[in-house]
Design a protein around this ligand. Structure first.
Ligand code: IMP
Ligand code: MG
Length: 186
């Protein structure tokens, strides 16, 4: 794998620019704030991909809220989801009676979220819904429908704004597609 000294040099195409991302995040924050006003809300970010989205989203919200994080890993290789997931870091506090909004970077097969939602439902929250930044336009059984969605994108592997390839590129301010040379063994 060959990663350039400047990450931007490895991007073939920008799918969603930084300003477009921020504008959409503002809209989502306004919608979530309106829906959850007066409720005991917990934003639950899924590490590490959702970090940028979670931070920007929550900074645009003016209602009282709590933040927590979970880390989950799917077994198997990194580019395909197996649906078998393992909790690497769990919530710090109980969620009984709380309105939980899961903040996720991207829904691909939806299997990760399905497993997570089942696990959360068993803990007695007042509600659990999903706010996803991206959803891949795929022919699949929609196993989990996000209550809030940033963008539908084509079924391509994307990086940036939290999303990684081999743990890199998360710090790019936009969503982009990598040049094929990055994947090539050199
Ligand atoms: P799912 O279980 O197939 O929905 O997998 C979702 C997870 O796979 C996301 O939370 C991401 O961590 C990862 N993922 C899926 N597609 C991409 C992508 O295009 N780029 C980077 N990570 C991805
Ligand atoms: Mg993820």
């Amino acid at each position: 794998m060959a990663i350039s000294d400047n990450l931007h040099d490895d991007i073939e195409e920008i799918l969603i620019g930084a300003e477009q991302l921020q504008a959409r995040v503002r809209e989502l924050a306004a919608a979530v704030s309106a829906d959850y006003r007066g409720k005991d809300v917990l934003l639950l970010g899924i590490l590490k991909g959702a970090v940028m989205f979670m931070v920007d989203l929550s900074r645009q919200m003016e209602i009282p809220l709590e933040l927590d994080f979970m880390a989950i890993s799917s077994y198997g290789n990194s580019t395909e989801s197996s649906g078998v997931v393992r909790i690497l870091k769990d919530l710090e506090a109980p969620i009984a009676g709380k309105h939980v909004l899961v903040v996720e970077d991207i829904i691909d097969t939806g299997l990760t979220l399905r497993y997570l939602m089942e696990s959360l439902q068993q803990r007695g929250p007042a509600s659990v819904r999903v706010c996803a930044l991206l959803d891949k336009a795929k022919t699949r059984d929609k196993v989990v429908e996000p209550a809030y969605l940033g963008f539908n994108i084509p079924d391509r592997f994307v990086v940036g704004y939290g999303l990684d390839y081999a743990q890199k590129y998360r710090n790019l301010p936009y969503i982009g597609v990598l040049k094929p040379s990055v994947y090539r063994e050199e």
